[in-house]
Each structure stands twice: as C-alpha cells, then as structure tokens.
Design a protein around this ligand. Structure first.
Ligand code: ADP
Ligand code: MG
Length: 717
C-alpha cells in the first residue's frame, strides 16, 4: 500500500533529458570557458592596469583602488557577454557551505529604463547582512553587518542554472571589527605563513630561484547516489543527510563486486554531465570510479593552488548535488549515509610547490635535492606529531564520528605512514648507517644519496590517516561533506611552524660553525628520533594499534567533542597567533561554532528519530498486528509472528520514551554542555530506538513498512 515503487525508481530517468557528452576536442575549448582567467583579463585591460592587477593576483600585493573601476567594467562586460544578468560576492561562512546574495547588473532609473551598475566599489566590497551566519559571538547582535572582500587570487566565474547565469566573485567574509567570519581568510593567511617559513628555509639551502611557495591540493570526493524517489520518502535523509533507520540488506559490500566495477549508464551519464560543468569552471577533474560500497562513487581532480582548490571543491559538491537531480538521483555527501557499508571521505592530497614549478615533497635526482626533500619531510613529521590534536580537530564533526575509528576509514588516532623506502631511509639516518653501496657516506653523517624512490610509491596502506604517497602527503581523515579549508589551513600552519623551528635550529648549528651537510644530517636525525613515535606503517584498524599508540603517548581523541575541546588550548592559540592565521578571539569563536553545529546536528537527528519512530514505524507495526489478529485462523505462524512483533514493538515503545526525555532535556545552558548531552544521551537513545526499529523491519510485512529499505535504496542504479 505504500506510495513508492521500486520499479519506477529504477526507470525514473529519461535519456532525452541528458546532455550529450562533449567530444574531446571540444573539451579543450570548454575548459575554463566560464572563468575570467588571467589571459582573458590580459585581452580586456590596458597593459599598465593588467600588470598592476597581475601583481596583486600573483604576488599578493594590495589592489590599487585606482584600477578597481576599470577592472570591474571589464568583468561586467565579460560576464554579460556570457549571459550573466546578476553578480554575487561568493563566500564561505562558517557553516561549511557557500553563500551568495545576487544583485542584478541592471538598476531601474527614475525615467523608467534601466542602467547597468557594477563598479569598483561593488567589486571590492559588499555588505551582506551577516546576522544569520554563525559568528561564535564575534559579532555583537547590535552590529549585524559583516563585509565581503574580493579575493583576486581566485578567479571570478559564471554559475549557470536552467534559465540564466550569475557572475560569482570569490570573496573573504569578515566582521566590521576585522575578525574573519569565514573559512577562506585563515586559509589565505596560512598560505602566507607557509610561504614565509619555507622561503627562509630555501634560502639556507642556497635556493633562490623560487620567489613564492604555496600549498597544493587535490581533493578526492566520495559520494553516494540514490534514486530521488526513495530520498524524498526518507525524512531522515532529507532532515539529516543520513539514514537513522534501516535493517542490513542480505547483500552489502562483501562480494566486492562494486569497487572499480563497470559504471552503470545512468551514473556515467550523470558523471559526464557534471564533469562538463566542472570543466567550464576550470576545475581539472580527472578520475571517476565506483567506490567500495554499493551506490558509492568517487571523483578526483588534478591538484591546484590550495586556495583555488578549496573554492573548486565547494563547487564540485554543489554541481554533484545539482546535477544528480537531472537524472532522477540524489547525491548524498554525508560521511555515513548508510550503516554497515563504508562511509565517504575526502582525501586531501597536499604538498608544497613553488612558483617555478618545484614540488618540495618530490624526492630529487641529486644528493643535494634529496637532503632538501628529507628536511621538508622531517618538518612534516614534526608538525604532525606536535599538532595531532589540530589535525584531528580540523576533521571533527558529528557526521565524521561515524567514520573515524568506526573500523573502516582511518582511526581517530593521527599517525603517519611513510612507506617502506622512506622509513628505511630515516632508519638508516637514525642509526648512522648511511646510504647504500658505493654512494654511502657522501655526506659524512650518512645522508648520502637516497636509494631511488619510486616516484609514485603506491599507497599500500589504506588504514593510515596521513600517508606519504610518493610526492605528497594524503590526509585521509577529512569528511566527505566538509570544506577542505580548515584541514588545509591547519596543515599549512603546522608545517610553517615546524619548518621555521627546523630552520632556526639549522642556523644555530651553522652559527656554531658546523659544516652545512653535517649540521643538516644531524638535524634531520634528531628530528626523526624526537618525533618518530608518530610514524606507523601497520594496521591502523587493529586493537593492537590502539594499545601501541597509547604506549607511545599519541592522542586518541575518539569523538568530535574530545577534539573540539583541544582547539582553544594555549598551545594552539599561541601557534595560530604566532603565524597570524587566527587570533585568540577567532579561535574561540570557531570552537564555539563547532560545538554549536555538533549540538544542532545531533539534536535534529534525535528529533527526527523520535518523529519517524512515533509517527511512521510504530503505526506500521501496530497495523500489521491488527492485520494478524484479523487472520482468524489458529496457526503457529500467526501466533509466533504476533508474539515476536508485540515484543519488539514494546521494546521500540520503551526506547522511544527514553529518547523523548533526552530530546526534551538539553543538558545545560552552555553550548558545550548541550553538545555533550547530545553525545552522551541522545545518540545512545537514538541507537536503542533504531535497534528495535531495524528488528521490526525484518519481521513486519513489507507492505506495511513505511520507509524504503537499504535493500531497495542501495541497489537501484
Ligand atoms: P593515486 O592517489 O590514485 O595514486 P595520484 O597520485 O595521481 O593518484 O593523485 C591523487 C590525487 O593527488 C590527485 O588529486 C592529484 O592531483 C593529487 N596530487 C598529485 N600530486 C600532488 C601534489 N604535488 N600536490 C597536491 N596534490 C597532488
Ligand atoms: Mg588516493
């Protein structure tokens, strides 16, 4: 009697709604066609104006206000040629989503016509009403305004929808008192911190060719697709992004028949469509494939400057969500939409690159390049060990808690996987054994030539949260739905810190008239010895590792709240302030917001669980009991089923009373008290309700069951 139909869900897409794939030749023309690139600007601006703008974009110089009007005019002309009718400052408030408020290019005049209005003033700054964005107390309520400021280092682009287009101008978002209210501002500041630290280190190495250092980033996005038909019949998915109920299907991911399998036509069409839109926006997507869980997929771009990569990553999520709808699908970005099958992450591939195209985490060809590489590797090891807590906080959320440490994705314990070759090198350094064979001893203290490192040392440890993968590190703990800005901000900052410490230590050794190579080798060795407890190449899922990690004194911040508590520690505030990434007030505000989002997320889930159990599942079970009682024949089957359903339905009822009490109580006034109440009381109470409900799902007649099942949702493609 239910109003969803598995057959129509399977059929609910029509080829005629599908955009035909664009041939390769056209892809070349398509790429970045909706982006206001430097090249495009060069054609549209006079030489002096362009040069001035270019030094702002590439060199981080402040924008000359005198050219703002000219640039704005060029932008508007370009955008209107592209069909844009509106423009918006596009920013990333602390919700983790993007925000936009559109203004028309046209303003009506008193004579009844309209004029286009978009000048330097509108380009550089806007004042969206900030009162409904989270500020963590930074913005007193009487001062509701915030302002957005143009970020010229991320290019403007055109966002298209079914019947129009909008010029999007990437911006930072701050309060009038100058505090960052967004995710971009600290990211930009952290890139600057990294730039300064690393340039100083390179200077010591006698490397002067590079003028600027940035962090590079490639983010692999995992997601689920399910038929739209099911989605809207699951209030839990609609309200919370994950299923709060659902019995395990007879088949999950155990056959391993989905991973890298042939991609179904409907999904492939969706992917192709989404990729074409991403190409137009200059997002260099490269790979796509099926992931481990049924209904799970992945998309990954080629790496870019991390600020642009972070903007692009937000767009990737938005395009995936929007495009799925065209195919009768819904894209789920939640970290754990379905219990019992793998969740989704967002692997952040991170490295440091210079303006002459040098990757500082790429092992080199000469001994000199190699020690430089080892120096930066040692800095990363030091950074991760000293600031395990910050990396853990940077991926902390209620939704990621279902993943981290839940026996699938990386554990909540932060450690580094170096791979066999690199571990071997550091071990040799430590024991003073030197390099291999004839080349040993070239640098006196045993650095010598590195054994040739395979450039893409395959990543053979999928359990590590932070792995060296040949020429970059891969931070795998990030959640699929989160912005990558915070993890990257943390990585940039902690590595800037470690590089700057190591640089000072090296300088001290040189000042004590040690010879450069010897000093460097000694420094790398000391650093490794001091921080090697963070290096772990074994199975990160095992119980043995939990014990071993504890013995090593590594942090195990099991839940998001344990992690969030660490954010405002003296050590962390001092670090962020030292590198001008976040002020104490900004750190405290972020901590407050993280607690608040945690609280609200679980609160919504708790309420939704209560609602569904009370108004959908309980009535379904009771109506089944009514039908059973109406059968009228004496039968073991009727009696047995009636007894069983009765027992479980009472369990459900009891669990529901407890959940209702916890939902009604909030655990205190302070936001962290509320958050703890959610974790310690609401989540377990929800679990108890779910347990009974999932049992019922397996014994109540399918015709009475009100929700699409895992069996249906995960396998319609
Ligand atoms: P895999 O992880 O399957 O071995 P790759 O090594 O080619 O695949 O890359 C995975 C991701 O890492 C891609 O998004 C890629 O762009 C990114 N990546 C490669 N090199 C770098 C780098 N120097 N900095 C940041 N990301 C990188
Ligand atoms: Mg990878």
């Amino acid at each position: 009697n239910h109003d969803f139909d598995v057959v129509s869900a399977a059929r609910n897409w029509r080829l005629d709604s599908v955009t035909p794939a664009t041939p390769a030749a056209v892809v070349g023309e398509l790429f970045a066609s909706d982006v206001l690139t430097l090249d495009e600007l060069r054609h549209r601006l006079s030489k002096p104006v362009f040069r001035s703008l270019q030094s702002t974009i590439e060199g981080g110089a402040t924008l000359d206000p005198a050219i703002a009007d000219t640039v704005a005019l060029a932008m508007k002309t370009w955008a209107m040629e592209k069909g844009a009718t509106h423009y918006t400052h596009w920013f990333q408030p602390l919700t983790g989503y993007t925000a936009e408020k559109h203004d028309s290019f046209l303003s009506p005049t008193s004579e009844g016509s309209a004029i286009a209005q978009f000048g330097g003033k509108e380009l550089i700054q806007a004042e969206p009403d900030a009162s409904s964005f989270p500020s963590g107390g930074l913005r007193a309520t009487f001062e509701a305004r915030g302002y957005t400021a143009w970020d010229p280092s991320s290019p403007a682009f055109i966002m298209r929808h079914a019947n129009g287009a909008t010029l999007c101008i990437p911006t930072a978002f701050a309060s009038w008192t100058g505090e960052a209210l967004d995710l971009k501002t600290p990211l930009l500041r952290s890139v600057e911190a990294l730039n300064k630290s690393v340039l100083k280190a390179l200077d010591l190495f006698g490397h002067t060719e590079s003028r600027r250092v940035v962090s590079t980033l490639g983010a692999e996005q995992e997601y689920f697709l399910i038929a739209e038909e099911y989605y809207y019949r699951r209030p839990d998915l609609v309200m919370s992004g994950r299923t709060l109920f659902g019995a395990q299907p007879p088949k999950g991911q155990e056959l391993e028949d989905h991973y890298f399998g042939a991609i179904p036509d409907r999904v492939l069409s969706f992917m192709t469509d989404a990729e074409m839109q991403m190409y137009a926006l200059g997002i260099p997507v490269k790979t796509r494939h099926n992931e481990v869980a049924p209904g799970q997929f992945e998309i990954a771009p080629i790496f870019e400057h991390s600020n642009v990569a972070a903007d692009h990553q937000q767009l990737v999520m938005q395009i995936l969500r929007n495009t799925a709808r065209k195919y009768g699908l819904v894209c789920l970005l939640h970290e754990k939409p379905f219990a019992g099958v793998n969740g989704s992450g967002k692997h952040c591939n991170w490295s440091m690159g210079t303006d002459i195209g040098l990757n500082l985490l790429e092992p080199g060809d000469t001994p000199h390049e190699n020690v430089q590489f080892l120096f930066f590797c040692a800095a990363v090891i030091k950074a991760v060990d000293l600031h395990q807590d910050l990396l853990r906080v940077s991926v902390a959320s209620a939704s990621n808690d279902h993943r981290l440490g839940a026996n699938e994705a990386p554990p909540a314990i932060i450690s580094i996987f170096l791979g066999e070759e690199l571990t071997d090198i550091f071990n040799r350094l430590e024991s003073g054994q030197g390099g291999r064979g004839a080349e040993a001893g070239v640098l006196g203290l045993g650095v010598s030539v590195l054994p040739p490192l395979p450039r893409h040392a395959g990543d053979r440890n999928r359990t590590s949260p932070f792995a060296f993968t040949g020429n970059k590190f891969e931070f795998r703990a990030a959640g699929s739905s989160q912005s990558i800005s915070m993890p990257i901000t943390v990585l940039n900052t902690i590595v800037a810190d470690a590089v700057s410490t190591l640089t000072e230590q090296l300088q001290a050794k040189l000042a004590a008239s040690q010879e450069f190579d010897a000093a460097l080798a000694e420094l790398i060795r000391e650093t490794y010895v001091q921080h090697k407890r963070i290096v772990f190449d074994g199975d990160g899922y095992s119980e043995a590792w939990h014990q071993e990690a504890e013995r090593r004194g590594l942090l195990n911040l099991r839940t998001a709240l344990d992690a969030i508590e660490q954010l405002g520690s003296d050590k962390n505030v001092a670090l962020f302030e030292k590198f001008n990434v976040l002020s104490q007030r900004e750190v405290e505000a972020r901590q407050e917001i993280m607690y608040d989002i945690y609280f609200k997320t679980v609160n919504i889930e708790g309420e939704t669980t209560e609602y569904i159990a009370q108004t959908q599942i309980l009535p379904a079970a009771l109506s089944y009991l009514k039908d059973l009682s109406a059968v009228g024949v004496k039968s073991r089957a009727v009696e047995g089923t009636t007894d069983e359903v009765t027992r479980v339905v009472d369990d459900l009822y009891d669990a529901l009373q407890i959940l209702r009490e916890h939902n009604a109580a909030l655990g205190g006034e302070e936001v962290h008290q509320k958050a703890h109440h959610m974790r310690d009381h609401v989540l377990p109470a929800m679990q108890a309700v779910r347990q009974a409900a999932d049992k019922l799902e397996r014994i109540v007649s399918e015709q009475h069951w009100p929700l699409p099942s895992y069996r249906q949702m995960l396998f319609v493609k």
